[in-house]
Write a protein that binds this ligand. Structure first.
Ligand code: HEM
Length: 448
C-alpha cells in the first residue's frame, strides 16, 4: 500500500487557509474591564526567571486572581483584533476550568492566540479537540500508557538510564553540558522506541519538537517569524511520520505507528495526516517536558542539597513522593488555554462565550493557599496536588506515568552513581509556553 498524502494540506498555505474547518467563536472586548496594570503578556515578563515571575503572579493571586490581560506579545500569529484573555493564577480556578470541559473547550486552540484550524489539526491532534472526537483519538494511544504497559517497559527505561549515566561517569570527574549529555537522552530514546523511530531520525525529531515549544525564543527564531518556525518544525515532523508510515505499511512492527495505521474510529482508518499530527503532538509532549524537568530538578538539588541527601538516604521508599515535588517545582508547561462556550463566572468575573481563559500552571503550583512555603523544594511534601500535568479532566497528561517512570530511573542512576554535583548558571528558554533549560554546566564527581 502506498503512503496516502492526499489528506495533507499544502504547508505553505497553513497560515492563509482558504476555509476553516473549525467554527471559531469570536471573543469581544464588550463588557470587559480595562486590561490589568499588572501585565503578564509582555516579552519582558517572560524573559524573567520563574522566581521573578512568581512575584508578579503572587501579586495577582492576592489582588486580582482572575485578571483581564492584553494579548500576549509573543503570539504565533499576532492579531490586531484580539481583545485579550482572562488569566487564571489560582490553583482552585485552574482545576475548576480544567475539569469543566463542557463550559471551557479546547477545540478553539490551547495556546494564547487563535491559530488557523489546519494548524491545530496538523500539530496538536486531540490536545486541541473536544469530546467525542478527543476521547476516541486519545483512546487509540492510551493503551500504550497504562500503568501495566509502563511497567512492562520499565526494564528498557532502566537500561537506557543506566547507559546514559555510564557515558556520563566515563567523562568524570569534571564538567559537562548537562542537557545534551544527560537530560534529553532518555525521553528521546523512549519516545523513539514507542513510535519505532529509526535511530538516524531521532536527533532531527528531537530538534524539531524542541522548536515547536520554543517558537518565541530569540535563538530559535533567528531571522524567522514565529509562524515560520512552527510550520517548518511541524513539516519536518510530518515528513518523518510519512516516511515511517510507509515503512510500517511494508513491514509492520510492534510500535505506535503500526497500531495507528491499523486503528479504526467509527469504522474508518486514520489518514496519514492525522497519524502525522498524533506524532507531532506526542513528540512535543513527550520529549521536552521530561528533559526540562530533569534539568530543573538537578538545579533544585544543587540549591537544596539537604533534599538530595534526604532522598538518597532511602531512595526507593521516598522517590514516589519526591517525584511529585520534581514536577511541581519544575512546572515545565507554563500555560494552556480554554475557550468559554457558556456565560459563567470565575472569581466574581463574568466570563462570556468566546472569551479566552488561560491557565498559568506555575502560578497554581506556587499558590500558598494550597502549598505551604511554596518556594521551598520539599521532597517529602505530601499531599502534593500540583497542576504540573494539568488540573485534571479530559486532557490530563496522558504521559504522566511514563514521565514519572523515566524520572525515577534517571535519578536512581544519577544520585547513586554521581552523588556529588553542582550546576552552573543555566541558559533558560525565552518562551511563554515551556519553562526550560537550553544548556547548563554540570560539575560532578562519580562515586568512588
Ligand atoms: C514531566 C513531564 C510532563 C509534563 C509536566 C506534562 C504536562 C502536560 C500538561 C500540562 C498537559 C495538558 C493538561 C491539560 O490540558 O489539562 C499535558 C497533556 C498531554 N501530555 Fe504531558 N507532560 C509530561 C510528559 C508527557 C509525556 C512523557 C508524554 C508522552 C509520551 C505526554 C503526553 C501528553 C499528551 C498526549 C497530552 C494531551 C492529552 C489530552 O489532550 O488528552 N506528556 N501534559
Amino acid at each position: 500500500m502506498s503512503t496516502d498524502t492526499s489528506a495533507r494540506p499544502d504547508f505553505d498555505e497553513i497560515f492563509a487557509p482558504d476555509e476553516e474547518e473549525v467554527e471559531f467563536i469570536t471573543a469581544t472586548s464588550a463588557g470587559k474591564p480595562d486590561h490589568s496594570p499588572i501585565d503578564i503578556s509582555t516579552k519582558a515578563f517572560w524573559a524573567k526567571t520563574s522566581e521573578e515571575r512568581d512575584e508578579t503572579f503572587k501579586l495577582l493571586r492576592e489582588t486580582d486572581p482572575v485578571s483581564w490581560q492584553k494579548p500576549v506579545e509573543d503570539a504565533v500569529t499576532p492579531d490586531p483584533d484580539d481583545p485579550g484573555y482572562w488569566a487564571l493564577v489560582k490553583h482552585e480556578d485552574i482545576t475548576r476550568v480544567s475539569r469543566d470541559s463542557a463550559s471551557f473547550i479546547s477545540g478553539q486552540g490551547v495556546l494564547f492566540d487563535m491559530l488557523p484550524a489546519i494548524f491545530l489539526q496538523m500539530s496538536q491532534s486531540f490536545l486541541a479537540m473536544d469530546a467525542p472526537r478527543h476521547d476516541k483519538l486519545r483512546a487509540l494511544v492510551s493503551v500504550a500508557f497504562t500503568p501495566k504497559q509502563i511497567k512492562r517497559i520499565d526494564e528498557d527505561i532502566r537500561t537506557a538510564a543506566k547507559e546514559i549515566i555510564d557515558d556520563l561517569v566515563a567523562q568524570g570527574p569534571g564538567e559537562v553540558e548537562f542537557v545534551s549529555t544527560v537530560a534529553e537522552r532518555l525521553p528521546v530514546r523512549m519516545f523513539g522506541d514507542m513510535f519505532g523511530v529509526p535511530e538516524e531520525m531521532r536527533a532531527t525529531v528531537a530538534a524539531a519538537a524542541g522548536d515547536v515549544v520554543a517558537w518565541c525564543d530569540p535563538e530559535v527564531l533567528g531571522d524567522r517569524s514565529a509562524d515560520e518556525v512552527q510550520v517548518e518544525a511541524c513539516t519536518i515532523l510530518h515528513d518523518i511520520a510519512e516516511q515511517i508510515i510507509e515503512m510500517r505499511r511494508e513491514t509492520p512492527g510492534e510500535d505506535l505507528f503500526t497500531s495507528l495505521i491499523n486503528a479504526e474510529i467509527d469504522g474508518e482508518h486514520l489518514d496519514d495526516f492525522e497519524i502525522g499530527a498524533f506524532f507531532v503532538l506526542m513528540a512535543v509532549a513527550g520529549t521536552d517536558t521530561t528533559k526540562h524537568t530533569t534539568s530543573l530538578t538537578v538545579k533544585a538539588m544543587t540549591e537544596f542539597p539537604e533534599q538530595k541527601a534526604w532522598l538518597l538516604e532511602d531512595f526507593d521508599a521516598r522517590i514516589g513522593v519526591a517525584i511529585e515535588e520534581f514536577i511541581r517545582f519544575a512546572s515545565p508547561v507554563m500555560t494552556f488555554r480554554r475557550t468559554a462556550v457558556v456565560e459563567t463566572e470565575i472569581g466574581g468575573k463574568k466570563i462570556l462565550p468566546g472569551d479566552k481563559v488561560v491557565m498559568f500552571y506555575p502560578s497554581g503550583n506556587f499558590d500558598s493557599d494550597v502549598f505551604e512555603d511554596p518556594w521551598s523544594f520539599d521532597l517529602s511534601r505530601k499531599p502534593n496536588p500540583h497542576v504540573g500535568f494539568g488540573g485534571g479532566g479530559l486532557h490530563f497528561c496522558l504521559g504522566n506515568q511514563l514521565a514519572k517512570q523515566m524520572l525515577r530511573a534517571m535519578f536512581n542512576e544519577l544520585l547513586h552513581r554521581v552523588p556529588e554535583f553542582e550546576v552552573g548558571t543555566p541558559e533558560l528558554l525565552g518562551t511563554n509556553f515551556m519553562r526550560g533549560v537550553k544548556r547548563m554546566p554540570f560539575r560532578f564527581t562519580p562515586a568512588g
